[in-house]
Design a protein around this ligand. Structure first.
Ligand code: HEM
Length: 395
């Protein structure tokens, strides 16, 4: 099939890259992508996956993400961004976006998140205890998936018995190899959440789902579609991202015993180690639509152009950080855009940091050493949210 290049795109800005299936994202993706981009324009157009721009550098991304009037989250500008249900607030621009975000903010602000510490620690301990006597485990399926879903179900007061079904739905979406598969998975997830919202409407409490059900914007109640959209975003935002990030981090620590020993000996280093390990292991991207014909950095963008950002690798940008692949827990600054930037910056970032910190505190307390069993570098399944295919550990 011939891939179409729109007429406003000059050939020197075209770079053929399939962001969901390229071999570079399947093995050691962070290093492979940085290598690949040595030969790419810093902002380029790929004809794959419907045709879209890719932004390869951290500073460009930061600048563009802070201009929602030009690079919008609203799918009305770009058919490729249409999803059902519409996952507000992620699909609105300010000022509407701000109103939607306020509804769920009480669950995600630093104080509310901190109050969850004991519950999260109990979940981490229980999962570690389950595998401790086995001498090893496959980390992604035996621990990471359970950890993030347990925490989320706890937050949203969801049924524990639905855990596996829910995670399968989310994984099919985030690791879908093409847009059609992703939309099918999203529709199934929407049906599941419709039922959950309906149940909570009959019997509201103080959990995340109840906040959504009771939420108001501009003095009116949310529509059913808005409630389901919001619930969808909460599920999608917090599941595969944490699974991927925690699994990459454990893969890295299991291959770097000296770094791990430092954390075992001094747990006060863990918060800064988490930041540094997140910097080199970004997992989630985001997309925007160009709102009107405009020129940016000498490039002509057309209204409706689709732009994809890759925070997966912005923490490895050698324009921002010296020796980017060196993991140094003592770095004075640790710039990354792992949680995005601008008005849509990750609402769950405090929760994600807490989850990873607590997990590492419990893991280092339990195991004085562990290692990864693997032939070669870490493999992933591709897709928009990067996650190791497996991380086999032994201790
Ligand atoms: C390490 C784990 C995580 C990573 C790497 C991550 C990454 C991101 C990124 C890059 C965005 C920006 C999306 C955009 O600009 O369109 C985002 C937004 C968001 N994240 Fe996270 N996230 C993580 C964990 C979580 C958790 C635990 C939650 C909790 C449910 C969460 C909820 C959200 C929500 C609700 C948004 C949308 C915010 C908005 O549009 O205003 N995330 N996340």
């Amino acid at each position: 099939m011939e891939l179409k290049i729109p007429s406003h795109i000059p050939s020197h800005l075209v770079f053929d890259f399939d962001r969901l299936n390229a071999p570079e994202i399947m093995v050691d993706p962070h290093r492979s992508m940085v290598e690949l981009y040595k030969n790419a324009p810093r902002i380029y157009f790929t004809p794959r996956n419907g045709g879209h721009w890719m932004v390869t550098r951290s500073d460009d991304a930061l600048d563009m993400l802070r201009q929602p009037d030009k690079f919008s989250s609203d799918p009305k500008y770009c058919p490729a961004m249409v999803r059902e249900p519409r996952t507000n607030p992620n699909r609105y621009d300010p000022p509407e976006h701000t109103e939607f975000r306020k509804i769920v903010n009480p669950v995600f602000n630093p104080r509310a998140v901190q109050a969850k510490e004991t519950e999260i620690r109990d979940l981490a301990r229980a999962l570690i205890e389950k595998v401790r006597a086995h001498g090893g485990c496959e980390f992604v399926t035996e621990i990471a998936r359970h950890f993030s879903v347990d925490i989320f179900l706890n937050l949203a007061d969801g049924k524990k018995s639905d855990k596996e079904h829910l995670l399968d739905l989310v994984t099919s979406y985030t690791q879908g190899r093409n847009v059609t598969d992703q939309l099918a998975a999203l529709s199934a997830l929407g049906d599941y959440l419709k039922n959950m919202v309906a149940e909570r409407e009959k019997n509201p409490g103080t959990d995340l789902t109840s906040l959504i059900v009771k939420g108001q914007v501009d003095g009116r109640a949310l529509t059913e579609d808005e409630k389901v959209g919001m619930a969808t975003l909460m599920f999608l935002g917090g599941l595969d991202t944490v699974v991927g990030m925690l699994s990459f981090i454990m893969n890295w620590l299991g291959r770097h015993p000296d770094h791990y020993q430092r954390l075992v000996k001094d747990s006060t280093l863990i918060p800064q180690a988490v930041e540094e390990l997140m910097r080199v292991h970004g997992v989630a991207g985001m997309e925007r639509a160009v709102t009107h014909d405009l020129e940016y950095q000498g490039i002509q963008f057309k209204a409706g152009d689709h732009v994809i950002f890759q925070p997966h690798i912005y923490g490895l940008d050698d324009e921002k950080i010296d020796d980017p692949f060196k993991v140094d827990f003592d770095r004075a600054t640790c710039p990354h855009l792992v949680f995005g930037a601008g008005p849509h910056r990750c609402l769950g970032s405090h929760l994600a940091r807490l989850e990873i910190r607590i997990f590492l505190e419990e893991w280092t307390r339990t195991f004085s050493r562990f290692s990864v069993i693997a032939d070669g570098e870490v493999r992933t399944l591709g897709g928009a949210v990067w996650c190791p295919a497996e991380v086999k550990l032994s201790w």
